[in-house]
Structures are given as C-alpha cells and as structure tokens.
Design a protein around this ligand. Sequence first.
Ligand code: GN1
Ligand code: MG
Length: 369
Amino acid sequence: MIAESIATQFDIPGRLVALQPIGAGNVNDTYRVILRTTFSEEQFILQRINRAVFKDPVAVMANMKAVTDHAHRRIESEADHADRIWQLPRVIPAKDGADYVVDPKGECWRALSMIASSTNYEKVSEPEHAAEAGRVLGHFQRIISDFPTEGLADTLPGFHITPGYLASYDRVLAAPEAQSRLAAVSEARRLAKFVEQRRDFVGVLESAKEAGELCLRPIHGDPKITNVMIDDFTGKGTAIVDLDTVKPGLIHYDFGDAVRSGCNPAGEETSDLSEVYLDLDLFESLVRGYLAEARGFLTEADKRYLYDSVRLIAFELGLRFFTDYLAGDVYFKVNYEAQNLNRARVQFALCESIEAREGKMRGILERNA
Ligand code: GN1
Ligand code: MG
C-alpha cells in the first residue's frame, strides 16, 4: 500500500511496525504510524491531503509551518505562568528536508507529531468538557492573534463565506439531478424550504466585515469537538489539531463552529433529530472557557456578533451538507446513502434550536462578557 512506503520517508528513525487508519475526518485520510528501533518506538500522524478540497497543498503546508512555529514560540514564552502544558502538533520534515512528500500519483502527504496520552471525543455531555473546548479554542486564537494575516495564504477561497455557499446551493439546485432528488425525497423538500426561509440572514457576518465592523484575523477554521485533545491525566484541554484550515478569517467562524459542535450533545452523525438541541449549560461553560482566553483581544463589535455566528455556522454547515447531497456527494466523504442529507437535517434542527434560544444565549454572552 502506498501509505506504507510514504510512512518511512519522514525524518524519524526506525522500521514500520504499524499503520492504522484513524479519525472520522470528512476530508483528508489520516493514519497513525508506529516506527520502532531497538530501544525506542515513535508514533506520529500521517495524512494525505485531499486535493479535491485543497487545490494548493504546498500553501496549506506553508501556512501550517508558519503558524505552528509562531505558536510554539508563544507557548514556550508563556510556559512558566501557564496552568498546564499546552501542546500543538509539529510538522515533521521529510528526510529530504521538505515539509511534505509527494507520491507518484502527485498526492501530497504530511507527518505531524502526535499529542500523546490525550483523547478526542465525538460528542460532549459534560459542561467541563465544553469549557475545555472553549478554552482550547480561545487559547489557540490568542497565541496566533499577533501573527500577521498577510503572512498567510488563502488556502480555501470561499471557506465560511456563507453567501458564497448559498450561491453554490442555487447552482446545484438548478441542475436536473438535484431536481429529481427533490422530487423523490420529501425530506429534501422540507430542507429546501428551511433554506428559503433564511436567505436574508446569510450575509450577517460578511456585511459586518465589509462595513469594517469586524476584521480578519488568523483563525483555526475547523475547531469541531473531535479536533480538541483532552489530556487523559488531568481532563484538561491540551491541544487543538487539524490545522489545515488555519488562514485569515473572522474569529466568529471558529466560535460558531465550536459551539455548534460542542454544545449539541447528540453529535453530528445522529439520525434521531429529537436528541438534537443546543444545550444551554454546555453553552455557558464553553463561553466562559472561550472568553477566559479571548476576552483580551475581542472588540465590543466582535462580542455583539457571537450569537449570530452560532446560528449562522450551524445553518452554513447544514447548507454545505445539503448541497453536497444534492450534488451527489462530491465533497464530504460518506459511508452510507443519504448520509449528507442526514447530516444536513441534524445541523438544521440544531439551527432551529439555536433560534428558539436566542434570548437566553444572548443573556449568557452578556453576563460573561
Ligand atoms: C470537515 O475534515 P474535517 O472532518 O475536519 C470540514 C469542516 C466541517 C466538518 C464537519 C475543509 O472537517 O468545515 O465543519 O467537516 N472541513 C473542510 O464535520 O471543509
Ligand atoms: Mg478539518
């Protein structure tokens, strides 16, 4: 298998003893690799970057290298005063010194250090876990907040630009394949109606950005709960992983994504919509953890849009899944027929629950600001 021959091309000594597919990522392929020498064993993460999504993997790696180098320096300089050991994956160079290896088919592979003795979870049920998810995101945003956005490439144009996703949805919807799916599946028609009722809202963050109210900063881009590593010994957050969407953006994309992922106890993949809701206890904990780190660099305008970001990012992800279902699953990996339709149903149900709790959520944000 190709992954095996790639695994030994990075600057780590030893013979390959295991290569296991891990993670439930919807985009890249991820493996855990174990290499052994007589006296030691090294584990690391090997990933094949999905070129259908990331058109310029070299720029992805340049962003990742620049941001992690910067963040590692910040972590070191603050270590004496920190309440924990903060970690962040390191890009492991290839034996030839490059930050990645290209296979004979032109696919780009990278190796990353593992965050040992820690676990990532698919769902959140304890407020402490939600608080740690908020803290980890706030910490990451804080330590990269002084990294100049001009130093980062836009590796995924249009990422989290909701009006752009709506335009793609309209294009996909007009095609005959999508029309026949709509005609055949009543649940798809219900979701299409759900989208129609929210058209006016999709520009909320982009308009504030264009008006100069909100500004671009370096962001993580994908802080869902499975990307938050929890220390097995202390139960505290120790790292955020999956750094290929780090690029200039609004911190709101991250906050909204962390909440839609970390405050829905049913997770993204449930098929029981009655379990899907925005849990206010989890929300309050996540907000407290986040603001403990982020308060210092957020403006008053930033804070005003935090509620909207949660509603918007749940809606946006539902729209992205729904569009992909209608387009025939060309973006998100699927394991069963109609999985993207189901994922969209979950995010839209969550969006409705967020809308129903607007007053309470705004109250929590104000109390903790
Ligand atoms: C994708 O690959 P993964 O699972 O980390 C997606 C995110 C979505 C997420 C939903 C580059 O992330 O934007 O929020 O699925 N990443 C990309 O599970 O599109
Ligand atoms: Mg990702």
